[in-house]
Design a protein. Structure first.
Length: 404
């Protein structure tokens, strides 16, 4: 089967791909809902955009610190085991959080503590899924597989925010967190169905030495450094918007309604993201990843400000839809470029560290967005646009021409 003949349908029918995509969809649905629900709960229970930003920061940042260890674990124990560890622990922590809220124990400090406990294992599944993907599909189908993987993310961004908003608006935080825990549990069952994935290469090196190797490799290679800086800045835009959008909606709708409306706005962005991902899969991005990422980041900045910020609720809906649409090509280009330029034996370590560094902008954005939104919502949107512009500049200037 050559590169031009493989279709999305043929790709899905490859052995184990359907189980992996099902687990991917459910785990990302749970993670996306958690990101939304934890912010909505902090705003509803404590009325503090600043606290909402820091809780969201706590739910991501600790995972960045342990990503070298997570990468070494994936390369030694295998991606399947790593993913299962993360999904099981995440489900347990979500149930603990639901119980704390139900019993009235979820003070701001407890909320921050449980959010921080959720984060450290996250790189295991985030990187593990993308370690497995190139081991389950032929190399000539990798860009199409990445497009499908990113499209799943877009579908999750449709269902996750709308479901999270509906659960928070009509049922409250405790049922919402229980549903998220159940999604993690079913995802773990899907991962357990995967058979025959190529095992990781054996290594005689010690665990800590392997952990350090992943970190050193990411920071020594100009390609990975450029991707880390550019994509982290673009993710800062998303982190700011995660807090700024619900604050924007809370200023315009009554309590109990703004959660549902904010969820629907994010769902629209996710639907646009699915379309953008599938279109990107048809664009044959191999060799053109850097220009595509740069142009899309510049357009993302314009969508964040002035479109989303200056034209009321309609402008917000249109602006976020454009941001979501452009996220598809950015993500597909990033994944394809990084995977095709990484040695298979280092894939777990490189992906865990690289993805965590790439994601570092998100928690920084949530903390910054919370503080700015508490002062001025328009200022938060302006900051989101600036972050994406800086991401475009970093992507273009820091990635060597030889790697494009």
């Amino acid at each position: 089967m050559d590169h031009t003949s493989i279709s999305y349908g043929q790709l899905i029918r490859l052995p184990n791909v359907r189980a992996l995509l099902s687990a991917t969809c459910l785990s990302r649905l749970a993670g996306r809902m958690f990101t939304i629900v934890i912010v909505f709960h902090a705003l509803a229970a404590f009325g503090s955009p600043t606290l909402a930003g820091w809780v969201s920061f706590a739910a991501v940042a600790p995972g960045l610190a342990v990503s070298p260890l997570a990468g070494a674990f994936l390369d030694r124990a295998g991606a399947l085991r790593g993913i299962l560890v993360d999904l099981a622990l995440s489900a347990g922590l979500l149930l603990a959080l639901a119980a704390a809220i139900r019993l009235g124990w979820a003070s701001p400090s407890v909320l921050l503590l449980l959010a921080a406990a959720y984060a450290p294992t996250s790189p295991l599944s985030a990187a593990g899924i993308r370690v497995l993907l190139p081991r389950l599909v032929p190399s000539h189908a990798l860009d199409r597989a990445n497009a499908l993987d990113t499209a799943v993310h877009g579908v999750v961004d449709v269902v996750g925010p709308s479901l999270a908003g509906a659960l928070m608006g009509f049922a409250g935080a405790t049922p919402a967190f229980i549903v998220i825990a159940a999604a993690y549990g079913v995802a773990a069952l899907c991962v357990a169905l995967i058979r025959g994935a190529r095992p990781p290469p054996r290594s005689s090196r010690r665990f800590l030495a392997q952990s350090a190797e992943g970190l050193v490799t990411v920071f020594r290679r100009p390609l990975l450094r450029g991707l880390a800086v550019g994509y982290a800045l673009n993710n800062c835009t998303w982190g700011i918007l995660v807090v700024a959008v619900p604050v924007f909606m809370a200023h315009r709708f009554d309590a109990g309604n703004w959660q549902s409306f904010a969820g629907l706005v994010w769902a629209g962005a996710g639907l646009a993201g699915s379309v953008g991902s599938l279109v990107a899969g048809q664009m044959r991005l191999l060799g053109r990843e850097v220009p595509v990422m740069t142009v899309c980041m510049v357009l993302t900045a314009l969508a964040a400000w002035p479109v989303a910020a200056a034209f009321g609720v309609a402008g917000l809906c249109i602006g976020l839809a454009v941001v979501g649409l452009l996220a598809g090509p950015i993500d597909v280009a990033l994944l394809t470029l990084r995977q095709r330029r990484t040695e298979p034996a280092l894939l777990g370590r490189i992906l865990a560290v690289s993805m965590s560094v790439n994601t570092a902008g998100f928690p920084v954005g949530t903390a910054l967005g919370g503080m700015l939104a508490a002062w001025s919502v328009p200022a938060a949107f302006i900051a989101a646009a600036i972050a994406s512009l800086l991401g475009a500049l970093a992507t273009w200037w820091l990635i060597p021409v030889a790697d494009r």
